[in-house]
Design a protein around this ligand. Structure first.
Ligand SMILES: C[S@@+](CC[C@H](N)C(=O)[O-])C[C@H]1O[C@@H](n2cnc3c(N)ncnc32)[C@H](O)[C@@H]1O
Length: 295
């Protein structure tokens, strides 16, 4: 077992290899410095591990080489500096989506500054298509740290995803009102009237069915990836079309999207009556979030 296990492991990217090794050893995934100091980042060091650990590593490396995301193999992904449970029922949270959280926080800060005179201090934030719950949980943790007064709501069509999201909220000790249903469907009050929010965030599915990139994402839920319509924007159209009656005047809608979809989404927002429409770039300079102001 020894030589092939180490060999297979060293075909992986360094970070993946380190995370899988820490996981196989039952160490915290943040212990990368320990791993290097213990000579477990070299083929010779790994080859000297006990046979049962090597067998576990071999199996993990094989699955990783077949394309399974490392986050599913270790059951965890870091997002906004926090560890989130993930499994194959949820999309692995991406670094780009941290921008959606920042955008939500900025909107809350701006609203609360404007409300100082009116003595209204609590903002409501809704995340649609929450998956692992990374967006609402990271936002709620940040709000707590920054002393911002927010009430956070989140929904998903997938019950299995919501189970993961609820555990992540518990793990980080934040209160999020989670509900199941299609887009705005769960967000009505006791009289069946649309509930009103100050900030609505969403990273909806937006990949076009048949896009060749889907082959590399085959382990993640299709429901999380493929947007309706020939342009992948079917779900975005549904959200934009219904958002107006769920936003308070002065509220904000922010949507994550593919790097080539910003102009189309900006047009959808303007056509629906949103103002101050703006596409924001990620760290690679690609437009990934488009937001607009309602009223
Ligand atoms: C791109 S994933 C985003 C997950 C998470 N917000 C993130 O950024 O990591 C899209 C999410 O939308 C959910 N979804 C797909 N269709 C939906 C629908 N019709 N109504 C509500 N949620 C839906 C999927 O289950 C999935 O969790």
């Amino acid at each position: 077992v020894t030589a092939p296990a180490a060999g297979l492991l060293f075909q992986l990217d360094r970070l993946d290899r380190q995370l899988l090794t820490l996981y196989a050893l039952g160490r915290p995934l943040t212990d990368r410095a320990w791993l290097i100091a213990s000579d477990l980042d070299t083929p010779a060091g790994v080859a000297a591990l006990p046979a049962d650990t090597l067998a576990r590593l071999h199996a993990l490396a094989e699955r990783r080489l077949k394309g399974e995301p490392v986050a599913y193999l270790v059951g965890e992904k870091e997002f906004f500096g926090l560890a989130f449970e993930v499994n194959a029922d949820v999309l692995v949270p991406r670094p780009e989506t941290e921008l959606l959280v920042s955008c939500g926080l900025q909107a809350v800060v701006a609203l609360q500054a404007a409300w100082m005179l009116a003595e209204r201090f609590s903002a409501t934030v809704l995340d649609l298509g929450t998956g692992s719950g990374a967006v609402p949980v990271a936002l709620a943790v940040q709000a707590r740290q920054q002393g911002l007064n927010v009430r956070v709501f989140a929904s998903d069509l997938s019950d299995a995803a919501l189970a993961v999201a609820r555990r992540n909220a518990q793990r980080h000790a934040v209160g999020v009102d989670f509900r199941q249903g299609a887009w705005f469907e769960p967000w009505v009050d006791a009289d069946g009237q649309p509930m009103a929010f100050d900030v609505i965030l969403s990273n909806p599915p937006y990949v076009v069915a048949g896009d060749p990139h889907l082959a590399g994402l085959r382990h993640e839920p299709t429901l999380a990836l493929v947007g309706g319509g020939a342009d992948g924007l079917g779900d975005v159209r549904t959200i934009v079309g219904q958002a107006a009656r769920q936003l308070r005047p002065g509220g904000c809608l922010a949507l994550e999207h593919g790097h080539n979809q910003g102009a189309a989404i900006a047009r959808l927002l303007r056509d629906a009556g949103f103002t101050q429409v703006q596409t924001m770039e990620d760290t690679a300079g690609l437009g990934r979030i488009t937001r607009g102001r309602w009223g």
